[in-house]
Design a protein around this ligand. Structure first.
Ligand code: ZN
Length: 385
C-alpha cells in the first residue's frame, strides 16, 4: 500500500477509541522492523522522523548542526526505506515529521515523501504559533499532507526541544487553536515529559484532554490529541544496561497504566522514542559482552569503543556512526554489521510490539481508510468551504 496521511488514521482512532503509538526511526533497519511488527499485529503504523533525525539520516553524525540540505537528503532516505518495506504491506502506514522546527523543515520533509508533519510553535506566543501553524497547514493540506501542532510546554530534552519547566495546555486555548489553524492533531502538555528522566510516579492531568475533547464534540470540530514524551522507560531494560556496564541513573518513564488511562480521556496518538533507544543500546552491549571477538571487528569495533566511552548515554545515534552506510541506506557488508542490524531490529520489535498491544491498536488496521494524498488534498479543500 502507498503511504497514507495521518488524518484517516486519527479519525479511526477517535471513532473507535484506541490509542495509536507513534514511533521514531533513525535508521533503515528501524523502519523495516517497525513495519514488520505492526504487520504482525495488524495495526496501522505511524513512523516518525524527528527534524534532526532527518539530519542524521542525511549523513550528519553531528546532527545538532544539520543544515536544511542534510535534512532534505535524510528525509528522502527515511522515506525511501519506509516506502521500500511498506510498499507491499497490508497495513496503512504514515510517515510523520516529529517536531518540525520551522516552515522550511516541514516543506523539506514533504518534498522528501513524508505524508504528515508536525510544526512545533509551542515556544512562540499563542498568536505567532497560530500564524506559523496556519501557514504550514495551508501548504501541507494543499498536498494532502496532515499537520500536527503543539500548544503548551513540555519539560525535558528531545533533540532540539528543550525546556526546563512545563506549562500545562489551557483547554480553552487548545479549542481556539484547532479552530484558527485547522490542524488535524495537537500535542498537549498534560504531565508527560521528553527524555528518560521524567521523575517518579508521574500522574497525568487527564482532565485536560477530557475538557478539550468535550468542547470539540460540542462544536463539531475534528481534532486528535497527541501525547508526546510518553516513553515508559522499562526498568528491566535500564537494569540490564547497567548490568552490562552502563551508567544510567535517575531514569523514570510514564507508567503504562497512566498512558492507558489517558486514551479514553481523549488521547489518540502516543509518541515513544526513548524506549526504543534503550532496547537497541542494551542489545548492542549484550552482543559485545557475548562475543568479545567482535570488539575488535574492523567494521563494528568502533561501535564497541563508543559504547564504552559513553556509558551514561543510550541514543543509538551516538554509537552507530561507524556504520552510517547501513544506517542511511540499509547496506549490510558483512556478518558483523548484520549482527548490529539484528540488535536494532529486535530492540524495535520488543518495545513497539509491547506498546501496540498495550495501547490497543492490535487488529485495528482494517478500520483505517486507505486514502491517497491526492484524495486527501481534495477532502481538505472541501473542508475549508
Ligand atoms: Zn515530542
Amino acid at each position: 500500500m502507498p503511504l497514507i496521511p495521518l488524518r484517516p488514521l486519527l479519525e479511526a482512532a477517535v471513532k473507535h477509541g484506541f490509542g495509536q503509538g507513534a514511533f521514531n526511526v533513525n535508521a533503515v533497519a528501524q523502519a523495516k522492523a517497525a513495519i514488520e511488527v505492526h504487520e504482525m499485529f495488524r495495526s496501522a503504523a505511524i513512523l516518525q522522523g524527528a527534524d534532526l533525525a532527518n539530519g542524521f539520516m542525511g549523513g550528519r553524525t553531528d546532527f545538532m548542526n544539520a543544515t536544511l540540505e542534510d535534512k532534505k537528503a535524510g528525509a528522502k532516505n527515511i522515506a525511501n526505506a519506509v516506502k521500500r518495506y511498506g510498499a507491499d504491506s497490508e497495513i496503512p502506514i504514515v510517515l510523520h515529521l516529529d517536531h518540525g522546527r520551522d516552515f522550511d523543515s516541514c516543506a523539506a520533509a514533504i518534498e522528501g515523501g513524508y505524508t504528515s508533519v508536525m510544526i512545533d510553535g509551542s515556544s512562540l506566543p499563542f498568536k505567532d504559533n497560530v500564524e506559523l501553524t496556519r501557514e504550514v497547514v495551508k501548504y501541507a493540506h494543499a498536498r494532502g499532507v496532515s499537520v500536527e501542532g503543539e500548544l503548551g510546554v513540555l519539560a525535558g530534552v528531545e533533540d532540539h526541544v528543550f525546556s526546563a519547566s512545563s506549562t500545562y495546555t489551557n483547554p480553552l486555548d487548545a479549542v481556539e487553536f484547532f479552530k484558527k489553524t485547522g490542524v488535524d492533531a495537537l500535542a498537549i502538555s498534560y504531565g508527560t515529559m521528553h527524555g528518560a528522566s521524567k521523575g517518579k510516579d508521574v500522574k497525568l492531568r487527564k482532565e485536560i484532554p477530557v475538557a478539550i475533547r468535550e468542547c470539540m464534540n460540542h462544536l463539531g470540530i475534528f481534532g486528535a490529541l497527541v501525547s508526546h514524551g510518553s516513553s515508559t522507560v522499562p526498568k528491566y531494560i535500564v537494569d540490564e544496561i547497567n548490568g552490562l556496564g552502563g551508567e544510567l541513573s535517575g531514569t523514570y518513564g510514564i507508567s503504562i497504566d497512566e498512558l492507558k488511562a489517558a486514551i479514553p480521556c481523549g488521547i489518540s496518538k502516543i509518541n515513544v522514542d526513548t524506549d526504543i533507544r534503550l532496547a537497541v543500546t542494551r542489545n548492542m552491549k549484550e552482543l559485545f559482552a557475548k562475543y568479545p571477538e567482535k570488539r575488535t571487528s574492523a567494521s563494528i569495533g568502533g561501535i564497541y569503543e563508543l559504547l564504552e566511552a559513553k556509558k551514561n548515554l543510550f541514543d543509538p545515534r551516538v554509537f552507530l556512526p561507524p556504520v552510517m552506510d547501513t544506517v542511511m541506506y540499509g547496506n549490510v557488508p558483512d556478518d558483523d554489521v548484520a549482527a548490529i542490524v539484528d540488535c536494532v531490529e529486535r530492540g524495535v520489535k520488543e518495545v513497539v510490539g509491547t506498546l501496540i498491544v498495550q495501547f490497543g491498536s492490535v487488529g485495528k488496521a482494517p478500520l483505517v481508510e486507505q486514502v491517497s494524498l491526492d484524495e486527501m488534498a481534495e477532502r481538505y479543500k472541501k473542508m475549508e468551504q
